[in-house]
Design a protein around this ligand. Structure first.
Ligand code: ADP
Length: 493
């Protein structure tokens, strides 16, 4: 009997690295996970040690193989998904010049303000689909080139390699032979032209970035190279899939048709909508980004995020002490039939798209003497859903499309009450999949597609199974009443 063949997904996240081994039927056969150090050198600065990230990757792969009782030679392909925007710079020999600057890091705020003051924002938006914010990689790379001793001179001489985490992992996996990124990660750098998918001269000159440090921009599923000199895998294993974490989740949720959307409810929430094969410029301050590139076809997405989602539940737990653990919020919210007149605006860290009011603050409205902690809990869950509804509404307007499928994942998507209310305010079915490992699944699919282990996304569509469908239950009037209450409260926040 031939040995089972597996696809390995490496999911390199902000707080931990995971390796997930899947068989051809997409069953998870082995998992390795490890946290790593968060460095906070000063308030507002966040860094990761690239070598430590690589070491955890090797260890997680070894653990996943061991758990599945599999040999490295049984791995048919590797797909990578990663925390996006986090920026590294290393030598041709693979020696990091500095710790990686993490997406959360705000050290380039002043630079972003300067560029805005120079009137660059409109051009940045048109060219890259992004906004001038320290979040993205480009200004972080400029900072490294400006602040690390000799970096500029060495970069100009072709001695240095820039990369996001996907690029770092492929570089290490292939023994330094391959310097590549995929179009989804490149679309988060501020350096790539969203239409041509090439590095853009005007953006490079705006940020003073020499071409010599940049990786090749590749598709999301193709053979980038093979392993060489790894501890956890033999030489010759194909590395063949890459996508940023949110894009991998969109793929893993099988959102292949325009309009199909997924929302990940973690600490914050990320909503992405497939908008088809042309980028859509947002009028509401959403980001325009690459969803994936397969062969010659690029699929684009609109992206909106809410800073606070599950974090509002954490606040009920840690700030107010109303619950012991996050999952208790559902039972507490169910002690009342409705939130009554109570509305919660979860602007605990300002309001993002489509409001863009960093100065807004959280708000409970409509409290009277009959209000109980059950009402508060219920209003908090509803507030999370209202925010997502605002994003979805903006996406529908920008894209001119309805949302045929709204798929959910992440820790807070386990909450049935929240998902039901989400369906109610959206007026759309909300679908939660059986396999909630959507990010790893997306990466594995891409890796497998890259070597023909799976033939087409249809294989994924067939394998994707719903766990529960939440159907909207509110009448049009009730829905309008809820949305009216929410809009009033947002104005006050
Ligand atoms: P992240 O990847 O951002 O760390 P997770 O996907 O692990 O987030 O989800 C954790 C978040 O989900 C926490 O903010 C937590 O408060 C919230 N959460 C977990 N379980 C529930 C639940 N049953 N109902 C509502 N929120 C929940």
């Amino acid at each position: 009997m031939p040995a089972t063949r597996y696809v390995l997904a490496v999911d390199q996240g902000t707080t931990s690295t995971r390796a997930v081994l899947l068989d051809a039927k997409l069953n998870v056969r082995g998992v390795g996970q490890q946290e790593f150090t968060q460095h906070f050198p000063k308030p507002g600065l966040v860094e990761h040690d690239l070598q430590e990230i690589w070491d955890t990757t090797e260890r997680c792969i070894a653990r996943a193989l061991k758990q599945a009782n599999a040999k490295g030679s049984q791995v048919a392909a590797i797909g990578i998904t990663n925390q996006r925007e986090t920026t590294g710079l290393w030598t041709a020999a693979g020696k990091p010049l500095h710790r990686a600057i993490v997406w959360q890091d705000r050290r380039t705020s002043d630079l972003c303000h300067e560029l805005k003051a120079r009137g660059e924002e409109a051009r940045v938006r048109r060219t890259t689909g992004l906004v001038l914010d320290p979040y993205f990689s480009g200004t972080k790379l400029k900072w490294l080139l400006d602040h690390v001793k000799d970096a500029r001179r060495r970069a100009a001489q072709g001695e240095l390699r820039f990369g996001t985490i996907d690029t770092w992992l492929v570089f290490k996996m292939t023994g330094g032979a391959v310097h590549v990124t995929d179009a989804t990660n490149a679309s988060r750098t501020l350096l790539m032209n969203l239409e041509t998918l090439a590095w853009d001269d005007a953006m490079l000159s705006m940020l003073d970035v020499p071409r010599a440090v940049l990786p090749r921009i590749a598709g999301s599923a193709e053979l980038y190279g093979v392993t060489r000199g790894m501890k956890s895998l033999p030489d010759g294993v194909p590395v063949s899939g890459i996508a940023g974490d949110q894009q991998a989740a969109l793929f893993g949720q099988a959102c292949f048709d325009p309009g199909e959307s997924k929302c990940t409810y973690g600490t914050g929430a990320f909503l992405l909508m497939n908008v088809g094969t042309r980028p859509v410029q947002s009028k509401a301050g959403l980001l325009s980004t690459v969803a994936w590139r397969l062969g010659d076809t690029t699929t684009y997405a609109l992206e909106g995020s809410a800073f606070i989602a599950g974090a509002a539940v954490q606040w009920l737990r840690d700030g107010l002490g109303l619950i012991k653990k996050a999952s208790d919020v559902e039972a507490l919210a169910k002690t009342v039939k409705s939130s009554g007149a109570v509305v919660f605006v979860p602007a605990l860290a300002g309001l993002g798209a489509p409001h863009w009011r960093p100065d807004a603050r959280g708000l409970f409205a409509g409290i009277d003497r009959s209000t109980t902690k059950g009402h508060l809990a219920r209003a908090v869950l509803e507030g999370v859903a209202f925010q997502i509804q605002d994003l979805a509404e903006a996406m529908k307007l920008d894209s001119g499309r309805a949302i045929p499928a709204f798929k959910v994942d992440g820790g807070a998507a386990k909450n049935d009450l929240l998902m039901q209310f989400q369906a109610d305010v959206l007026g759309t079915n909300v679908v939660r999949p059986k396999n909630v490992e959507t990010t790893a699944l997306g990466a594995a699919f891409l890796g497998g597609l890259g070597v023909g282990f799976w033939k087409s996304p249809d294989d994924i569509r067939r394998a994707w199974k719903a766990d529960k469908v939440f159907k909207p239950k509110l009448s049009a009037e009730e829905r309008a009443h809820h949305l009216g209450k929410w809009r009033d409260a947002v104005k006050r926040a």
